[in-house]
Write a protein that binds this ligand. Structure first.
Ligand SMILES: Cc1cc2nc3c(=O)[nH]c(=O)nc-3n(C[C@H](O)[C@H](O)[C@H](O)COP(=O)(O)O)c2cc1C
Length: 362
């Protein structure tokens, strides 16, 4: 093998509990809005995830998947709240596993960002779908809307108990489906992030007010998910490092949450930021590796493994981040949409890396 093709530190395996991920270049969860109206996966999902598994990505985080029908963002979201759905996901997990990658799944409750149009129809995420048109009513910590979406109903105790039970059941279904890691989506303005941020949570009960109270509900979910997943498989949390807006979550708040997650037995933080509110200024700034520094701060604060996401453009950068010890792995989103074989690009003639069936092209 020519020296130019020697893999860098991004290609070292990483062990989390009893799961060994073959390398540190991972696929970020990206909603495809390609599911059947009952949340079942379709051929699109196999056609989409398949090449990234064949293409050498170490862990594929299957897109945000709803823990219940009322917790979806759109009627085209994937779901994993029934056994039938879990069994349908096996086609994906077995293909991914057979090609050497680790199948993982992101579990979602949308909260006030629920029941809208798919991005390319009408007003997209800002276009509400009412109950009369096949949508559903949504809950949130407080009756504060996201952008132009309708005012959500403030969740009562029974709603919160239902969400916790739904996450636990979805976790059991994820195990049944063959996923080897689950990720709790606690960012990007969805339900658990809404509880964490003072901008979306104005509750006066034990779930609102102080930072400790705002963490209480996401931590209940974390505990339920950890208990529902086998002890040999890791649980990740996608965490918000900052809301990028005055009055929102800061990196200091995120560090406190990270420490509590460590105490709950969470294994890895997938570190992102922003998009709690619709304002343009709450978007992460367009700069390379925007969440890498936050990830290393959270790693130091909590002792957990971390994997930043956001504008990590290629293998050289991934190798630097992992090699310098800033993070344990990286997640890539859009770069892997553009190029499913990105993880193999610096080994263009390495027969051990490329699938046997493609060797005649090397
Ligand atoms: C098409 C698309 C769908 C996405 N869906 C999700 C999702 O399901 N869950 C999530 O946490 N983030 C989602 N994101 C955000 C990505 O996971 C990632 O955090 C973001 O694109 C920044 O990483 P990148 O610069 O590598 O693309 C989505 C992004 C894109 C482009």
């Amino acid at each position: 093998m020519p020296s130019a093709e020697l893999p860098g530190p991004e290609m070292n395996p990483l062990r989390l509990r009893e799961v060994t991920v073959p390398n540190r270049v991972w696929m970020s969860p990206m909603a495809q809005y390609a599911a059947e109206p009952d949340g079942m996966p379709t051929d699109w999902h196999l056609a989409h995830y398949g090449p990234r598994a064949v293409g050498g990505v170490g862990l594929l985080m299957v897109e945000s998947t709803a823990v219940g029908p009322l917790h979806r963002t759109t009627s085209a979201d994937l779901g994993i709240w029934t056994e039938e759905q879990a069994i349908a996901h096996r086609r994906l997990t077995s293909f991914i596993t057979r090609h050497g990658a680790v199948p993982a799944i992101q579990l979602l409750a949308a909260g006030r960002k629920g029941s809208h149009q798919v991005p390319w129809e009408g007003a997209g995420q800002n276009g509400s779908v009412g109950v009369a048109d096949g949508g559903w009513d949504v809950i949130a910590p407080s009756a504060i809307p996201f952008g132009d979406l309708p005012v959500p109903r403030e969740a009562g105790q029974a709603d919160l108990d239902e969400v916790v039970a739904a996450f636990a059941k979805a976790t059991r279904m994820s195990h049944l489906a063959g996923y080897r890691a689950v990720e709790i989506h606690a960012s990007h303005g969805y339900l658990l992030h809404q509880f964490l941020s003072p901008l979306a949570n104005h509750r006066t009960d034990e779930y609102g007010g102080s930072p400790r109270n705002r963490m209480r509900f996401p931590l209940r979910v974390a505990r339920a998910v950890r208990e529902a997943f086998p002890a040999d498989k890791p649980v990740f949390v996608r965490i918000t490092a900052t809301d990028w807006i005055e009055g929102g979550i800061t990196i200091e708040d995120a560090a406190e949450f990270a420490k509590e997650l460590a105490a709950e037995g969470i294994d890895l933080l997938d570190v992102t930021s922003g998009v709690l509110v619709r304002d343009a200024e709450a978007r992460p700034p367009a700069r390379e590796g925007v969440n890498v520094g936050f990830a290393s701060t959270l790693k130091e604060a909590s002792g957990l493994a971390v994997a930043p996401v956001g504008q990590i453009g290629g293998l050289a950068m991934a190798g630097r981040i992992v090699g310098d010890g800033e993070a344990d792995a990286v997640l890539m989103g859009r770069p892997l949409l553009r190029d499913p074989y990105l993880a193999l690009r610096n080994r263009p003639t390495d027969k051990a890396a490329w699938p046997t069936r493609y060797h005649r092209a090397l």
